[in-house]
Write a protein that binds this ligand. Structure first.
Ligand SMILES: *Cc1c(COP(=O)(O)O)cnc(C)c1O
Length: 332
């Protein structure tokens, strides 16, 4: 099967911002956009994106998960990057319209339709390194995804990075391209030196997140994860999992977690750790590497709580369990 994110639906919705207003959205071919080589995004990285999913239920209805949260986050990212202001109503309609256009191509569970709203600065102005773009483009790409865990769930190995950081501290909560470029060097080094799957960024010993997913420690009936601040990405999967954990009577501790405490707890038999994000939902972490030493998390295989929480989120997304938090938007 094709790698995640390499297959695209033929159409996308697109709108442009110019002279202080948004154009109406159009449905266009998704294989090309026209951009001036001097476009602001290509030089000064004025870009942000979102990732969310539409799911097909057994009654054939199509349902988008927590769309309003993704719209809010994209508006916030755009604002923090001094991109033109997102028209939330327009963005919502663009997401719905493009999903509706491809409504018969939404894969059934465990597959889904991944939705990628993208906002870029288009002003042809290479002298604007210290000025915002005055024009932009917003488009919504769709990519069908199959079973993320088709080869079975393999627990991840994370390298703990205590010196470097994923991105500049004031950029952490912005879902912006430059942050991924910033994290790539450490991630590639971790692959080649330690065969690690991901880097767990822990600047000054503060357990933060990986390159594109949030980190959760599960110790018995308690989930521990960093409380929200502007230094890291506020995952919607993180919020959903914490909500389901509270619903099921678990204690949710959003607070600082040091690497020392993480290592101490991880070695306990009943301990679990997991990464949360839209693509993989909740993936178990089996091994941590600190200062060249391997630490096995719990039994190293991922545990029952990680599995239960992933299944209960999937059950809501797939329409197998009541959507009691009104997380789904049904597309007709
Ligand atoms: C997208 C992303 C996440 C996960 O966010 P979700 O809303 O759960 O998909 C976490 N960390 C980073 C850096 C991300 O880019």
């Amino acid at each position: 099967m094709a790698a995640f994110g390499t297959v695209f639906m033929p159409k996308m919705t697109l709108a442009t911002y110019e002279n202080e207003h948004w154009s109406p959205a159009r449905l266009v071919n998704s294989d090309a956009i026209q951009l001036h080589p001097g476009a602001h995004v290509l030089h000064y990285a004025s870009t942000c994106f979102e990732g969310l999913k539409a799911f097909k239920h057994s009654d054939d209805s199509i349902n988008i998960f927590r769309m309003d949260q993704n719209i809010e986050r994209m508006a916030q990212s755009s604002q923090l990057l001094s991109l033109p202001p997102i028209d939330k109503q327009l963005l919502k309609q663009m997401i719905i319209d493009v999903v509706r256009e491809h409504i018969h191509q939404v894969p059934a569970p465990p597959g889904s339709m991944y939705i990628r709203p993208t906002h870029i600065g288009t002003e042809p102005a290479i002298g604007k390194a210290a000025h915002p773009t005055n024009s932009s483009m917003l488009y919504i790409l769709l990519s069908p995804v199959g079973d993320y865990f088709s080869g079975g769930i393999k627990p991840l190995k994370l390298l703990i990075e205590e010196n470097g950081s994923r991105c500049a501290a004031h950029m952490g909560m912005i879902k912006s391209g430059g942050n991924y470029a910033s994290a790539l060097g450490p991630i590639l080094a971790a692959h080649s030196e330690y065969q690690a799957d991901q880097v767990l960024f822990c600047p000054d010993g503060d357990v933060q997140e990986t390159g594109a997913a949030n980190f959760l420690l599960i110790d018995g009936n308690e989930i521990i994860t960093k409380s929200l601040d502007s230094s890291f990405l506020h995952g919607i999967t993180r919020d959903s999992i914490l909500t389901l954990a509270r619903d099921s009577g678990m204690t949710v501790s959003e607070r600082e977690l040091s690497v020392d405490e993480l290592i101490e707890r991880a070695e306990k038999r009943e301990c679990e750790a997991a990464l949360s994000g839209t693509a993989a939902v909740l993936t178990p972490v089996g091994t941590l590497i600190r200062d060249g030493q391997q630490v096995t998390v719990g039994n190293g295989q991922g545990g029952p709580t990680t599995q239960r929480l992933r299944e209960s989120l999937n059950a809501i997304q797939w329409g197998e369990q009541a959507d009691s938090h009104n997380w789904l938007t049904r597309i007709d």
